[in-house]
Design a protein around this ligand. Structure first.
Ligand code: 6LW
Length: 509
């Protein structure tokens, strides 16, 4: 909760921590709505609501039916749904995005942001990162990676004019993430350049019409942290929004790398908020700080609970699964008050395994679950993808910690557990808080972004501790971030409750 000071209210960035990249935002009256990319996860495109741009609560997922999100069962990690754009026009919500695994660019619409959203209208336009904007004559314009602009019929997906080449940035790699905004007499084209890694930038051009001609800002990029020692890195992929008072703000993605050179970011690309200053008709932004002055007086929403007791009949929208979540793989009714999972695959190393999880949202975190393994093999896992995950699991009266790193898979520790329900926990801590273990080279120890400790039952000693760098984007590659969740790889198992929160704010249950 931000504290007022003599100079105003302040908030902490990122405003939506964890794997929430490529944010797009729109305002309807005093309400803001924001969406992010979701890649190979189902349901797809998380949607958030806020009344102050700072406090966001997830109200659903835009793509929550398989008919909206066709994904091949073996879609690669970080394929699937890329950067969406959300807009409100003519009393409806419009969302455009790309399924890079199946079908390309498409639009879905809804009367209410929490859904239901329509089935896709597919659009015959190339590339990724599509945008939507309407001009005063009611024409709908779609800008996309490259950057091109086409006039489309958003109801049918037909291209009516173009695509016309627009502005391709200043010459850096990957001109992408375009968003068109009408501000006064000008159309502003906000793009990202330089790639989504440390060289990421935001650049701007403007024109009198979406058809151009485009004039680049006198100083581009308008935002970058490249080459700095700022704790926030990779700033880019931005969208703009104005408040009812006429202030402008930018949402963008950025990372928080830690550990020794080259640094490792483990929570994926996160959503940050930063004020926009207009100077001589051009937006100026940054640096993007971990603590910023808030837009007006905060109007917090009710916070989402950090614990799920599985007392509902539907899964909370935070639960995501790689590629699909077949109806027969999970149940909240078979054993009321418990989440039951049935195995659909025999290993987390391959697509098709039963796993439901939350994005890891706190760098220093604690995740706890109460598991009844019943007759199954089940546990708690932190995953980047099939080739990068750490698991603590129970089967046949034993608890084990398993590390899968690239082509290597190892069971690192094991101990007996009594029959019946058992509590499993995973904590993530900064490396500095963990002295090197006996015989461990200290250089290795300081290089880690964090350490993960795996606990079984009431034992205060972890069953194993593992270096977090192997569950980072720099090692695993791709566009996602850590997801922590429950799984079953044989038979059936049930979970009584699940908690995920900051390390120091949680109580044991
Ligand atoms: C996204 C592109 C990008 O489509 O990464 O950071 C891609 N920007 O704009 C995947 O998130």
């Amino acid at each position: 909760m931000p504290e007022p000071t003599t100079t105003g209210w302040y908030y902490d960035n990122p405003v939506i921590p964890g794997f929430h990249p490529d944010p797009s935002v729109c305002r309807v009256g005093e309400d803001y709505y924001l969406v992010c990319s979701s890649f190979e996860y189902f349901p797809g495109v998380p949607i958030f609501h806020s009344r102050d741009l700072v406090h966001w609560r997830q109200i659903g997922n835009v793509l929550d039916r398989p008919s909206q999100l066709p994904l091949p069962p073996d879609a690669s990690a970080s394929d699937g749904v890329y950067a969406p754009t959300i807009r409100h026009h003519d009393g409806r919500f419009w969302l455009i995005t790309t399924n890079v695994s199946s079908g390309g660019n498409f639009i879905v619409t809804a009367d209410e942001p929490a859904g239901p959203w329509s089935d896709p209208v597919w659009i015959d336009l190339p590339g990724i990162d599509p945008d939507l904007a309407w001009d005063e004559d009611g024409n709908c314009w779609c800008a996309f990676q490259g950057v091109g602009v086409a006039r489309i019929d958003p109801e049918t997906g037909k291209v009516l004019e173009g695509p016309l080449p627009a502005w391709s940035g200043t010459g850096l790699q990957w001109p992408e993430a375009p968003h068109l905004h009408r501000v006064g007499e000008w159309w502003y084209l906000v793009i990202a350049e330089g790639g989504t890694e440390r060289g990421h930038t935001v650049a701007v051009a403007r024109a009198r019409s979406p058809r151009g001609p485009w004039e680049a800002a006198p100083v581009n990029p308008v935002l970058t942290h490249r080459g700095t020692d700022h704790p926030v890195q990779s700033t880019g992929h931005a969208d703009l929004v104005s408040t009812p008072d006429g202030e402008w703000w930018m949402v963008l993605l950025a990372t928080r790398p830690r550990g020794y050179s080259p640094g490792f970011h483990v929570l994926g690309r996160e959503t940050f908020l930063t004020p926009v200053r207009w100077e001589d008709g051009w937006p100026r932004v940054g640096p993007v700080n971990l603590r910023e002055r808030a837009p007006g007086r905060p109007r917090p929403l009710e916070e989402a609970p950090r614990r799920d007791d599985f007392d509902a009949t539907e899964l909370d929208p935070r639960w995501i699964s790689p590629r699909s979540r077949p109806d027969d793989s999970w149940s909240l009714t078979r054993r009321p008050g418990w989440l039951t999972l049935h195995a659909t695959g025999s290993s987390l190393d391959h697509p098709g395994c039963t796993f439901v999880g939350w994005r890891q949202q706190y760098p220093e975190s604690r995740t706890v679950v109460r598991l009844d393994p019943e007759s199954g093999r089940a546990g708690l896992s932190v995953r980047l993808d099939e080739a990068h995950h750490y698991d603590v699991e129970v089967a046949d009266g034993r608890a084990s910690v398993i590390a899968r790193i690239g082509p290597l898979r190892q069971s690192t520790a094991t101990r007996p557990v009594p029959p019946g329900p058992v509590t499993l926990a995973i904590t993530t801590r900064p490396a500095r808080e963990r002295p090197p273990a006996d015989g461990e080279p200290s250089g290795l120890h300081v290089g880690a972004p964090d350490f993960l400790a795996f606990h079984v039952g009431d034992d205060p000693e972890p069953l194993a501790e593992l270096d977090g760098r192997y569950l980072s984007t720099e090692v695993a590659t791709g566009f996602t971030g850590r997801v922590v969740g429950v799984y079953v790889t044989a038979g059936t198992a049930s979970f009584d409750w699940f908690e995920h929160g900051p390390l120091d704010a949680q109580e044991h249950s």
